[in-house]
Design a protein around this ligand. Structure first.
Ligand SMILES: *Cc1c(COP(=O)(O)O)cnc(C)c1O
Length: 389
């Protein structure tokens, strides 16, 4: 393994090597990390559902009824009634015709993109799309083109030049960009897609449970129901459990049940997870209190950071980056914050471009104003000392 050892040493020399932090309890606002209580500003558990009593109970009850494992892939005998119910619950919540659940958001992108495109087609992707989209596109036989982040002229230029050479064209974008927190220009993308008869594919991992009415997502936020062909979401972030889904037409569900490789070759989601997710959607159907609290906290925190003079980029969502630039300074800043009781992960290459290092603060509905005040005090003091502001 000497070839890996030398690469690992390189990471150490660059100051970007890290140990995995260990959380000793549930993912909440205060976590016991590496033996010390810290304010958690790093999770995707936006609504606090990962350890909500109602959701835990739903999982426990389902484990009593169904056991812990589905026993097979969905296409053989792993398709329990609870999986079918879950598909329907999500389709109804999202106001879409049909839905099919996968084992994760990553599995959706890895399986769906290759299933819905072939060598006669073209995929056009935003340059900042998530790694799982990039990998999903690599698995497709289609040709590829990339436009600059949210550059609608760039997107249209590709279509003007290339539309005629391909059968189908699929435009893929994140709904909310995970490292910057900005929202895709979905109304414009849909308009351009119609003009050039292209299909649209939105990965709404950070939009579902966050944007739109009670967390119905980016499509709902823009009032674009029925106008996006494939809506991907995760059940691992705001929903607090694990899994991914694809919403769209009945035909797309039907096709994915035949050609979506993670559905054909990887065991179905554990039934306890399916039950937990059904309960989570029930809670979002009943009340907007969870998303209201999330947004209230996010606005409070962002305004505080801005007032203190931090560069938080162009975030429009609870994802709040603090731009640093230098990679090793970013990692040092994150480590210093952890020593003082705030856990905010440093994000560096390859997750973002070189020289675009940042810490990424994730606000949740579980934070109290006191948590957010304490965190901003520590962030400010540490940044001053390190000459970040
Ligand atoms: C997190 C994320 C995923 C992966 O979702 P998992 O359910 O955690 O596998 C996919 N796409 C985007 C845009 C993400 O942010």
């Amino acid at each position: 393994m000497s070839h890996l050892d030398s690469k690992i040493n390189e990471l150490k020399e660059l100051g970007v090597y890290r140990e995995l932090p260990i959380n000793e309890g549930p993912c909440e606002a205060i976590i016991r990390l590496n033996g010390k209580d810290v304010i958690n500003l790093s999770s995707n558990n936006y609504l606090g559902f990962a350890s909500h009593p109602r959701i835990k109970k739903a999982a426990i009850d389902a484990i009593q009824k169904y056991g812990v494992g589905a026993g097979a892939v969905r296409t053989i005998v792993g398709n329990m009634d609870i999986h079918e119910t879950l598909d329907q619950v999500i389709a109804k919540f999202k106001h879409e015709e049909a839905c099919v659940v996968f084992q994760s958001g990553f599995a959706c992108n890895a399986g769906v993109i290759q299933a819905i495109t072939d060598e006669k087609d073209l995929i056009i992707s935003d340059e900042l799309n998530h790694a799982s989209i990039i990998d999903g596109v690599r698995l497709s036989k289609a040709a590829r083109a990339v436009y600059k982040h949210s550059d609608m002229e760039g997107l249209e230029k590709i279509l003007i030049e290339k539309r005629d050479q391909y059968k189908e064209v699929l435009i893929i974008t994140d709904g909310v960009f995970s490292m910057d927190g900005d929202i895709a220009k979905l109304p414009e993308i849909v308009k351009i897609a119609k003009k050039y008869k292209a299909l649209t594919y939105v990965d709404d991992a950070h939009g579902s449970g966050v944007l739109g009415n009670s967390g119905r997502g980016t499509v709902d936020h823009f009032g674009l129901h029925g106008q996006v062909d494939f809506i991907i979401g995760t059940l691992s972030k705001a929903i607090g459990v694990v899994g991914g889904y694809v919403c769209g037409s009945k035909a797309s569900r039907d096709w994915l049940l035949h050609r979506g490789r993670p559905l054909l070759f990887s065991t179905a989601m554990m039934p306890g997870a399916a039950a937990a997710i059904i309960e989570a959607f029930q809670m979002l159907e009943e009340s907007t209190e969870y998303t209201d609290q999330l947004w209230d906290n996010a606005k409070y925190f962002k305004n505080k950071l801005k007032a203190l003079g931090f560069d938080i980029g162009h975030s429009e969502t609870p994802i709040t980056p603090i731009m640093i630039g230098d990679e090793s300074k970013t990692i040092q800043f994150s480590k210093a914050l952890l020593n003082r009781g705030v856990y905010v992960s440093g994000i560096v290459f390859p997750t973002v471009q070189k020289g675009m290092g940042r810490i990424r603060c994730m606000v949740s509905a579980l934070h109290t104003k006191k948590h957010l005040d304490d965190a901003t005090d520590i962030i400010f003091k540490t940044a001053k000392e390190m000459k970040i502001i």
